[in-house]
Design a protein around this ligand. Structure first.
Ligand code: MLT
Length: 411
């Protein structure tokens, strides 16, 4: 009989959001009349901005004519898009990133999950805790996480707790690690790191010879002008950091799928021979073998985000979601809950009421208010005692959810 990758048996039973979907489906089957409001997964609800839709239509028309039809594109993305990214996402912030350091893909989830393939199977990994589950699960699948530690984690992962006590600012690793995943603005806590904190990480990585896997999928939500949008705004980051960016939460591409990863040419890691090897070349080799590029029509749609109308429309959608986040934050605070995040991020991280753990609060809101959120414990053990809501709903449902939660908490 064929043998499986035993590492899969070490994964927690279900991917967090699939597990929530399963529980919600079960609830709905038992309560078909309940009007559920979903503020669990961070999925866009507002339509694609008109400038993007127009570009998408035009690109589809190009595909319908022999003279403008496109087959396989460059695996790493069309230049019309990578040049716009280099100019608008980086150049405009005083950061130099060359178009050929940008790898366009079908999503940050897959890039963040796949990038670990470039590291040794026994490389040591550090994760903030709570954490977006993809970073952990992809390393479990690769056999890098070790065995369950009996406390809901894995014995080869270094967990960096982020709680209200340290203002959700992760401590530096206290033992040698090869890779650290950082996500700011943070999913799930909604925390951000200022320039001095980011510099502390870059300086540490340079001294330790470690690589930072920096997920900036939510940078579009930053409101405070002194918070960096990119790790490369910190000097020296090009030698130690990869950055993941996404159109999902900015331009509403959660279903349309487009993202990019930046791998600067100076970024190296060590081969077992001791030789320093550029990760740029390895990622190019990996992508050109296992990926054939994001669709032409989707890249044309993404490019429309950088037009003046596209920028304005995307900004309006982000403002809309941030208004939702404010409504949730203020509403729950008025109901007596302690609330974090929601100021530079679409996520609101709520302390669960006394006596209720994360899943108990999830069940209470589902059963009594018919509101779906995400239990903090699903993101790791330091998420226990917290609960995540998102600003990605539509306005009416968000207002209704806040009103229902307030009523339930008063009883
Ligand atoms: C979340 O809710 O954490 C995100 O939607 C997950 C994702 O972006 O894959």
């Amino acid at each position: 009989m064929a043998r499986i990758n035993d590492n899969y048996l070490r994964l927690k039973s279900g991917y967090l959001f699939s597990e929530i979907a399963r529980r919600v489906k079960e609830f709905q089957a038992a309560h078909p009349d309940a009007k559920l409001i979903r503020l669990g997964i961070g999925d866009a609800t507002q339509p694609l901005p008109p400038a993007i839709v127009q570009a998408l239509h035009a690109a589809v028309d190009e595909m319908a004519r022999a003279e403008t039809f496109r087959g396989y594109g460059p695996e790493t993305g069309y230049e019309f898009l990578t040049e716009l990214i280099a100019k608008h996402d980086y150049g405009a912030r005083g950061v130099t990133i060359a178009p050929d350091e940008i790898f366009v893909s079908d999503g940050s989830k897959s890039d963040a999950a796949n990038f670990q393939e470039l590291f040794s199977p026994d490389a040591a990994v550090a994760l903030t805790d709570p954490v977006y589950p993809v970073y952990l699960d992809s390393n479990v699948m690769a056999g890098r996480a070790g065995a369950p530690d009996g406390r809901g984690g894995y014995d080869r992962i270094l967990y960096l707790p982020c709680t209200a006590e340290n203002r959700f600012d992760p401590p530096l690793p206290d033992r040698p690690v090869d890779m650290v995943y950082l996500c700011f603005p943070n999913n799930p806590t909604g925390a951000v790191l200022g320039r001095p904190a980011l510099k502390r990480w870059v300086d540490w990585a340079r001294g330790a010879g470690a690589v930072l896997l920096y997920d900036a999928a939510y940078e579009g939500y930053i409101q405070d002008s002194d918070i960096p949008h990119s790790i490369y705004e910190v000097d020296g980051a090009r030698e130690v950091a990869v950055e993941f960016r996404s159109y999902s939460k900015t331009a509403g591409f959660t279903g349309t799928r487009c993202a990019f990863t930046v791998v600067p040419k100076e970024l190296t890691a060590r081969a077992s021979s001791g030789e320093a090897v550029a990760l740029h070349g390895l990622w190019f080799r990996r992508q050109s073998t296992k990926f054939n590029g994001a669709p032409y029509v989707i890249q044309r749609a993404a490019a429309a985000m950088y037009t003046p109308e596209g920028q304005k429309q995307v900004r309006a959608t982000i403002d809309y979601y941030m208004d939702n986040a404010r409504l949730i934050r203020e509403g729950l605070e008025a109901a007596g809950l302690t609330v974090y995040g929601g100021r530079n991020a679409p996520y609101i991280w709520v302390k669960t009421p006394a006596g209720l753990d994360s899943w108990a609060f999830f069940d209470k809101l589902l059963n009594e208010a018919h509101v779906v959120g995400t239990p903090g414990a699903g993101f790791g053990r330091s998420g226990e005692g917290y609960f995540r809501l998102t600003g990605f709903g539509n306005r009416a449902s968000t207002e209704e959810a806040v009103a229902r939660i307030k009523t339930r908490l008063k009883r």
